[in-house]
Design a binder for this molecule. Structure first.
Ligand code: PLP
Length: 394
């Protein structure tokens, strides 16, 4: 396996693996030494249709020769098409496009505050968020994040966020004050260890929001666009949020984020109140449209369900083979976490270095599996065999 020294002129903010990837196709990627890997991370829940998906690639090629960028001072027709699709799939009404997950959550936070203050005419600004959550790395979104490590050294942080234990409805109730404007959560905490929200908890949050006039904001950046087996994770809970944020899987790897909200809430963003230079440019919006079209045309959600079943079968056997090391398997669709009684790093590194299978972690003792939606049975078996061997070595 190749070992690549960290380039001196890059900031050292990532603890990178010692490989340099230069090519991808489907679920396979290649490093600069010609070594081939199975990518069981989808570039962290991004390349859900595999690397360089042919239909999306063809649409982007066409758009590359037509128009790249034109600013949001004009209408970008692709944005309207993508927004209509997202509305039809989510039951929400209107979209704002940006470039990343953190930027989508910034938009979500700003939208909730402005709705409370300018549409409702209140002085509310506080947002309740959850321990172990992850909402991004900008100042507001790292403040919303319920993990101290992302805040270290960045004080002073913005005001207006209260963090309470996840899946604890009573704690949320106690945290609601006359300053609260919204509750913001992931329905599966991805970075925080693959922890799903309980059904009663989420229904309780919706009722609490309705009773107190609060907005329910769902961060679907990792869970959205089919990752959990439905278009959006909230669709498995029988609740409708007031607004959601999207990013990772929306553009198949082309950077794009979105806030999607009900018409009533979306009105808070009147002309001039929020914006971005690049957000939803013709290339990005084309990537979004082609991604959703491909997923619909190829009945991708059925594939997610099939790959999920295969994985659960394999993981059940893995747990039986390592009863002392595998504690539990959690998650939905193709966002699964394997909690270990030992640190996950050794097994994950072994799988990559010795077996050519790229796996992720979610915290120190959870292996996170985020395969693409086009993963084959053979690839599922290959990945779990690599993890199996990694666990035996660990
Ligand atoms: C990845 C992620 C973010 C941040 O997205 P970026 O594009 O890295 O800014 C926010 N929330 C959740 C749930 C995520 O998984």
């Amino acid at each position: 396996m190749s070992t690549v020294a960290a380039p001196f002129h890059l900031m050292n903010n990532y603890a990178r693996w010692p490989i340099s990837l230069v090519k991808g196709q489907g679920n396979q990627v290649w490093d600069d030494q010609g070594n081939q890997y199975l990518d069981f991370t989808s570039g962290i829940a991004v390349t859900s249709l595999g690397h360089v998906p042919p239909k999306v690639t063809a649409k982007l090629h066409e758009q590359l020769d037509t128009l790249w960028h034109c600013s949001n001072l004009v209408h970008v027709p692709q944005q309207g098409i993508l927004a209509e699709k997202l509305s039809r799939l989510s039951g929400l009404d209107q979209a704002f496009f940006c470039n990343s997950g953190a930027e989508a959550n910034e938009g979500l936070i700003k939208l909730a505050r402005r709705y409370a203050q300018k549409v409702k005419g209140t002085e509310r600004f506080e947002i309740i968020t959850f321990e172990q959550s992850f909402h991004g790395r900008t100042l507001a979104t790292l403040t919303a994040t319920g993990q101290d490590k992302v805040k270290d050294g960045f004080a002073p942080l913005p005001q207006g966020f209260v963090t309470v234990p996840y899946n604890d409805l009573e704690a949320v109730k106690s945290a609601v004050t006359d300053k609260t404007c919204a509750i913001m959560l992931e329905l599966i905490q991805g970075e925080g260890g693959v922890h799903p929200a309980g059904d009663a908890f989420v229904k309780g949050l919706r009722e609490l929001c309705d009773a107190h006039g609060l907005l329910l904001l769902v961060d679907e950046i990792q869970t959205g666009i089919g990752r959990t087996g439905t278009w959006f994770a909230f669709q498995q809970y029988g609740v409708k949020p007031d607004a959601i944020s999207l990013a990772k899987g929306l553009g198949s790897g082309f950077p794009i984020g979105a806030v999607v909200a009900t018409k009533e809430v979306a009105e808070a963003f009147a002309p001039g109140t929020h914006g971005t230079t690049f957000g939803g440019n013709p290339l990005a919006a084309t990537a979004g449209i082609a991604t959703l079209d491909t997923m619909e045309q190829e009945a991708i959600l059925d594939k997610v369900a099939k790959v999920h079943e295969l994985l659960i079968q394999e993981l059940t056997q893995l747990k039986a083979a390592h009863p002392d090391k595998v504690v539990t398997v959690r998650g939905k669709g193709l966002l699964l976490g394997v909690e270990l009684s030992i640190t996950a790093a050794a097994a994950v590194n072994y799988a990559r270095e010795k077996k050519g299978v790229i796996l992720l972690m979610a915290g120190p003792n959870v292996v996170r599996l985020l395969p693409s939606f086009i993963t084959t049975e053979a690839e599922v078996k290959q990945a779990i065999a690599a993890l199996d061997e990694g666990l035996s070595q660990a």
